[in-house]
Design a protein around this ligand. Structure first.
Ligand SMILES: *[C@@H]1O[C@H](CO)[C@@H](O)[C@H](O)[C@H]1NC(C)=O
Ligand SMILES: *[C@@H]1O[C@H](CO)[C@@H](O)[C@H](O)[C@H]1NC(C)=O
Ligand SMILES: *[C@@H]1O[C@H](CO)[C@@H](O)[C@H](O)[C@H]1NC(C)=O
Length: 451
């Protein structure tokens, strides 16, 4: 079987390294590790709770997280937070700083990320951190090609032992699968299955860099919607409006469809004939979105499937044909928003505060380009993003403009819904002024110098 080779690749490298434990790491032990791997969508989310203990005399101020190189290249998002213990409200605001770090003594086939602790742990002290790692493109369709009548099966591989440079006293792993067929899973000592959860462990006193390969082969019919490219243009217009235009190039990233496609079969029995195909996507737009449209290369598609409440507006995007594995579609959605919903001021300055990623649910974006088109005359541009992105600048010229409008271009690869955070653009005070009708009731009104 093809996937055995990959497994060998992934884990032979690890055998080479358990011989020597570098002294720099030996003070830390993990007294408890609980890991949960969620395989219910194409985006794989691994949540780990680590109880970190300093068993040595020196202070410990950072903890290393380890990923095999082959997994690290698909790591889209990594977050570590302090776990304040049961009963307390989850500490949401403070992500711990994380750096990629490759300590010299450790093998290059492993990628390490170093989490900085809020304060150094003294001898015998411990604390608990929660780590979220989000991966894309790690569920491998197997078989790689299926017919319209076949179900889609995918493979996932990992290790039942938590891969770490530290010894682990007690650990367990839960793999959560969609509620569907499980073709095969690796059975080790202490393996149990409860419904669609596979449990490995508890395992006790496992040495550093220990690994125990596991493979799960299972059915999944979740939409594997991958935007190979998405260009989002956010244009701040003259009259208090933000116009958003999003150009999508989407592919079904699951098992490739082979053989003939019968629309008749699909329409008669969509769950049997094309279970893994998807017919629509849902975009969650901001509450006061208006002038919503959706068009493809042929023309506008009816926008009757928009519904909303005061908290959100939802748009149902239904391509002209269902998407099977390997099939693609390109389309554009556009909507207007009231500018004042996205402005905030601090220290006499005004900022646009806007979401970074796609509003479409459960979408993987391989390549995201966000363009913010500013009014003419904004030349001292300042941007703040919650994570590193590539930044550039260009000019957009339309027939009404004299000099053209400055455009900030932000680019990021491997984007998941966790990246749907807010970024800020400083707007120059000359462009936005406060128009106060009554005291305490101020209306924001953008004013262009030229007007
Ligand atoms: C992490 O990286 C930042 C920026 O490169 C640096 O200032 C900081 O000292 C690093 N922290 C650790 C713990 O290495
Ligand atoms: C599509 O709809 C948008 C918004 O309603 C409209 O501005 C545009 O002119 C329409 N395009 C066509 C080709 O009908
Ligand atoms: C940006 O907007 C979001 C959503 O409305 C809000 O939660 C966040 O606090 C805002 N950020 C800033 C810096 O105002």
């Amino acid at each position: 079987m093809g996937f055995r080779c990959d497994l060998l690749l992934l884990f032979t490298t690890l055998v080479l390294l358990s011989t020597r434990t570098p002294t720099v790491l030996s003070d830390v032990i993990l007294s408890k590790v609980d890991r949960r791997i969620d395989l219910t969508s194409q985006i794989v989310r691994v949540t780990s709770t680590l109880k970190v203990e300093n068993a040595g005399p020196g202070p410990v101020s950072e903890v290393l997280l380890t990923f095999p190189e082959i997994q690290a290249k698909n790591l889209a998002y990594l977050k570590a937070t302090l776990n304040e213990g049961k009963g307390k409200v989850k500490n949401t605001g403070s992500n711990l700083p994380i750096n990629v770090s490759n300590p010299e003594e450790l093998p290059p086939s492993l990628i390490f990320h170093s989490v900085s602790l809020p304060k150094a742990l003294g001898e015998g002290d411990s604390l608990t951190i929660d780590v979220l790692a989000v991966f894309t493109h790690v569920l491998r369709p197997f078989p790689e090609e299926i017919t319209q009548a076949d179900i889609q099966l995918v493979l996932f591989q990992d290790t039942a032992h938590y891969l770490s440079p530290y010894a682990v006293k007690v650990q367990s792993l839960t793999v959560k699968l969609p509620k569907a067929r499980i073709e095969m899973y690796t059975k080790l000592e202490n393996t149990n299955i409860h419904g669609s959860d596979i449990k490995y462990g508890p395992y006790e006193n496992v040495p550093p860099f220990s690994y125990a390969p596991v493979v799960v082969h299972f059915e999944t019919n979740q939409p594997f919607a991958v935007a190979q490219e998405l260009v989002r243009e956010i244009e701040i217009s003259h009259w208090g409006n933000v116009q958003v235009t999003e150009h999508y190039n989407i592919v079904h990233g699951g098992a490739k469809s082979k053989g003939e496609f019968s629309r008749l079969d699909f329409q008669a029995r969509p769950h049997l004939r094309g279970a893994s195909a998807f017919r629509n996507l849902v975009a969650k737009l901001p509450p006061r979105a208006h002038s919503i449209y959706y068009r493809d290369e042929i023309g506008n598609i009816s926008t009757s499937n928009v519904w909303g409440d005061p908290k959100k507006t939802e748009l149902l995007i239904e391509p002209r044909y269902p998407l099977f594995g390997g099939w693609r579609t390109t389309f554009t959605i556009g909507y207007g928003l009231p500018l004042q919903d996205f402005l905030f001021g601090s220290e006499g300055k005004r900022f646009l505060n806007f979401s970074f990623g796609s509003p479409i649910n459960d979408l993987v974006t391989d390549n995201l380009i966000v363009k913010v088109v500013l009014p003419e005359g904004s030349d001292d541009i300042s941007i703040s993003t919650p994570f590193p992105v590539k930044q550039g600048q260009e000019t957009k010229i339309s027939h009404l403009d004299v000099a053209g409008r400055p455009v900030v271009v932000l680019e990021k690869t491997n984007v998941v819904p966790e990246h749907n955070q807010y970024f800020q653009v400083l707007l120059l005070p000359i462009l936005i002024s406060m128009n106060c009708i009554e005291v305490l009731k101020c209306e924001l009104r953008p004013l262009l110098l030229q007007d």
